[in-house]
Design a protein around this ligand. Structure first.
Ligand SMILES: Cc1cc2nc3c(=O)[nH]c(=O)nc-3n(C[C@H](O)[C@H](O)[C@H](O)COP(=O)(O)OP(=O)(O)OC[C@H]3O[C@@H](n4cnc5c(N)ncnc54)[C@H](O)[C@@H]3O)c2cc1C
Length: 381
């Protein structure tokens, strides 16, 4: 059987997950380029219940592992007006044990890296790629061993993707005026597997369980405020927002800051180059969608190749099918998350009316809640 050569550029969570998933297909040889990633110690990711199975299958990771926290409930608290509005969601209302499983990025990356090292079908090259030439019949990467030819090069190299740049795949990018701070808190009351999301005028404060008396914090606010924050100030903001639900809060003195931006690639491939994960799409961190979108890129591409009777993975028919199958899901998430983001961050009459209607309907209509939850979890993708 003819073997086809795939290069994956970028060994972040998405690149490593993709390498492991594709290594199960016999007619492929996989080379993964990149260095072992090091994420912020506070960065956690909520993996939706509908995506988690990929890690059960690839890493034998159990949902009850002590490093994983179940997210069974979430509470949205709207503090935009003097009277608070609260909506509660419970996974039980859609017959699930949990909406998502929260995991530290560094823990997941370590597990993936170990598995890759033990996988004889994956060649791991500890290097960064700087050059690429591609056309319809071949793609050449400039590597430390010289020029290497592949049937397909996959850019899994994140939001500043060099592969997207070198393959001249057009994209739009918007940097919001806010920044994102992540840290972790201890709290005196148990979180009972609940995530809290506090919407204030122009800011968002979210807690996500890491253990019963610890939660990861994601705070979005104006860049000026985030960059000028000091530990006392941070403690007060978090305590004011979350103490009614979590008791006394104690914030870690350290934190990490990320830009708030969105990226949308016009197309997911060109010639024999394709994109997965954040090289193709970046959305603000609300509603646990970013990595989950990337995981669905991987599952779609894997299913396409395993159903294709050992076909050339860089063939136009395969890549255009991948593009068509992923386009709507990515577009819908991109549009809805950005709309939600703007409605939280901008205080104007239009967005305020939208938010009020949303709150009223969600509190009253079981059907609308069900639609929102099943759509948010991408049940039918
Ligand atoms: C604060 C925050 C909270 C979030 N929370 C959630 C959540 O709860 N749920 C969710 O689903 N998503 C969440 N996300 C989104 C999620 O973190 C990202 O979608 C995901 O980490 C992207 O993974 P990636 O592998 O595509 O990119 P990255 O993690 O950026 O990995 C890209 C890798 O490519 C490497 N690389 C770059 N250039 C080259 C090169 N030239 N050669 C070789 N390697 C290269 C980099 O070193 C890096 O290791 C959150 C994001 C943020 C910022």
């Amino acid at each position: 059987m003819q073997k086809y050569k795939i290069a994956i550029v970028g060994s972040g969570i998405i690149g490593m997950t993709l390498a492991l998933q594709l290594s199960a297909i016999n007619h492929l040889t996989i080379t993964l380029f990149g260095k072992k990633p090091k994420y912020s110690e506070f960065k956690t990711t909520a993996i939706l219940a509908t995506s988690f199975d990929i890690y059960k299958q690839l890493l034998d990771l159990n949902k009850s592992h002590p490093q994983i926290s179940k997210l069974k409930k979430f509470k949205i608290i709207d503090e935009l007006k003097s009277k608070k509005k609260i909506i509660d969601f419970d996974a039980a209302e859609i017959n699930l044990d949990s909406f998502a499983y929260n995991i530290r990025d560094n823990f997941l990356a370590d597990r993936l890296h170990k598995e890759i090292k033990n996988n004889a079908s994956i060649i791991f090259k500890n290097e960064f790629i700087e050059g690429l030439e591609d056309n319809l019949s071949k793609t050449i990467l400039n590597t430390s061993d010289g020029a290497a030819e592949f049937d397909l090069v996959i850019g899994a190299d994140g939001r500043n993707s060099i592969i997207r740049e070198l393959a001249a795949i057009n994209y739009s990018k918007k940097t919001y005026k806010e920044s994102i701070l992540v840290t972790e808190i201890n709290h005196s009351e148990p979180n009972n597997n609940t995530s809290f999301e506090i919407h204030r005028n122009g800011s968002l404060l979210t807690s996500v369980p890491t253990t019963n008396k610890k939660s990861a914090i994601v705070m979005i606010d104006s860049a000026e405020k985030i960059y000028n924050i000091d530990p006392d100030n941070l403690n007060k903001i978090i305590h004011d927002g979350l103490s009614p639900y979590l008791g006394n809060t104690n914030v870690n003195n350290k934190y990490s800051i990320f830009p708030s931006e969105t990226i949308h690639a016009e197309k997911l491939y060109r010639n024999r180059v394709m994109l997965v994960g954040e090289s193709a799409h970046v959305i603000p961190p609300i509603g646990a969608q970013g990595l989950n979108l990337g995981l669905r890129d991987i599952i779609t591409f894997y299913n396409l190749l395993s159903d294709s009777n050992a076909k050339d993975p860089g063939a136009k028919t395969i890549l255009s099918s991948y593009n068509n199958m992923r386009w709507l899901d990515i577009y819908k998430r991109y549009k809805s998350v950005n709309l939600l983001y703007q409605s939280m961050m901008n205080y104007n009459i239009g967005y305020s009316a939208l938010r009020n209607i949303g709150f009223l309907t969600l509190n009253k209509s079981r059907r609308v809640r069900n639609i929102l939850l099943t759509e948010g979890l991408s049940f039918n993708k």
